[in-house]
Design a protein around this ligand. Structure first.
Ligand SMILES: NC(=O)c1ccc[n+]([C@@H]2O[C@H](COP(=O)([O-])OP(=O)(O)OC[C@H]3O[C@@H](n4cnc5c(N)ncnc54)[C@H](O)[C@@H]3O)[C@@H](O)[C@H]2O)c1
Length: 277
């Protein structure tokens, strides 16, 4: 509890029903980055099923077309390079132009550069931090400014990683960028609370997506192993299987909802129990 507040940090809370008879995100508008990827496409599908309309952002704009066609009228696809400030700003403007007021943002896209502490280059640092941290911040900032100007509640969820807590020696820039995202989440939660904006992040473990397969391929390269042996072993020690994109999407969807208002600035582990803090 802070002793410095002189006014309530947010307006009256919404009334809640114990049993829900309507989709949780009915009428809401969200931006999801990395929407063409594993977690992103699962999240778009879930948010649409829960009544939302989604601006799906990705570097690979062409890879969004199937999702846009599948959810015609509920999803707009927007090309965006999160590593470029102007591209983020343009994508946010396009999102509001097409959807109207944005109720929430999910910073899900990420860049992974392989490189250990001996080999990681300056460019690895710049490109990884630009996409995973600066781009995420810029989108969060633009959305929060719009929410504050409109006097409307909002939510922001960042997708970090267990690598942001434990680190991976084979990809120092990725782990450090996710640690920065966790820290930024805490700061943004405190900064945006007066505007009624809730900010959290999730820290997934091994999700069975292209990104994890690429990590397995890298382990295979450095160890001389076989990617098809390594990929199935990158699993939660308790679940003994890959986490699915939909499972992570469900936690994100919850954190976007008013049911999560008392969870603030947290880094929620969605890793099947591997990270104890
Ligand atoms: N897969 C895992 O095991 C795992 C584990 C922990 C955390 N995560 C995190 O989950 C999130 C989703 O990962 P995923 O497994 O779905 O990966 P993915 O590779 O399937 O999807 C990532 C998406 O981000 C997009 N992207 C990359 N650079 C971009 C840029 N500059 N601008 C816009 N879009 C860009 C890619 O085009 C891709 O569609 C990421 O933040 C990732 O770090 C994944």
């Amino acid at each position: 509890m802070s002793e410095f507040w002189v006014t309530a940090p947010h307006g009256p809370l919404p009334s809640r029903q114990k049993i829900r008879f309507f989709p949780v995100h009915e009428g809401k508008k969200f931006i999801v980055t990395g929407a063409a990827g594993g977690v992103g496409s699962a999240l778009v599908a879930l948010l649409v099923a829960e009544g939302a309309t989604v601006a799906a952002l990705d570097l690979r704009e062409d890879a969004l077309s199937a999702t846009v066609a599948k959810y015609e009228g509920k999803v707009v696809g927007i090309g965006c390079d999160l590593g470029q400030q102007q591209s983020v700003e343009t994508a946010f403007q396009q999102s509001t132009a097409q959807l109207g007021f944005i109720d929430g943002v999910v910073n899900n896209a990420a860049l992974v550069r392989r490189g250990d502490a001996i080999n990681a280059s300056w460019d690895d640092w710049q490109s990884t931090m630009a996409v995973n941290v600066y781009g995420a911040f810029e989108l969060a900032r633009l959305a929060a400014r719009s929410m504050a100007e409109n006097g409307r509640r909002g939510a922001i969820v960042n997708v970090a990683s267990e690598a942001g807590k434990k680190g991976h020696t084979q990809s120092i820039t990725y782990g450090a960028s996710k640690a920065a995202l966790i820290s930024m989440t805490r700061i943004l939660a405190a900064s945006f609370a007066p505007y009624d904006i809730n900010v959290n992040c999730v820290c997934p473990g091994g999700i069975g997506t292209d990104m994890l397969r690429a990590a397995a391929a890298n382990y295979a390269r450095v160890s001389g192993g076989d990617v098809d042996d390594i990929f199935p072993r990158l699993v939660s020690s308790q679940l003994k299987r890959h986490i699915t994109p939909d499972e992570v999407a469900r936690t994100i969807s919850f954190l976007l909802s008013d049911d999560a208002l008392i969870i603030r600035g947290q880094a929620v582990n969605t890793d099947g129990g591997d990270t104890p803090y």
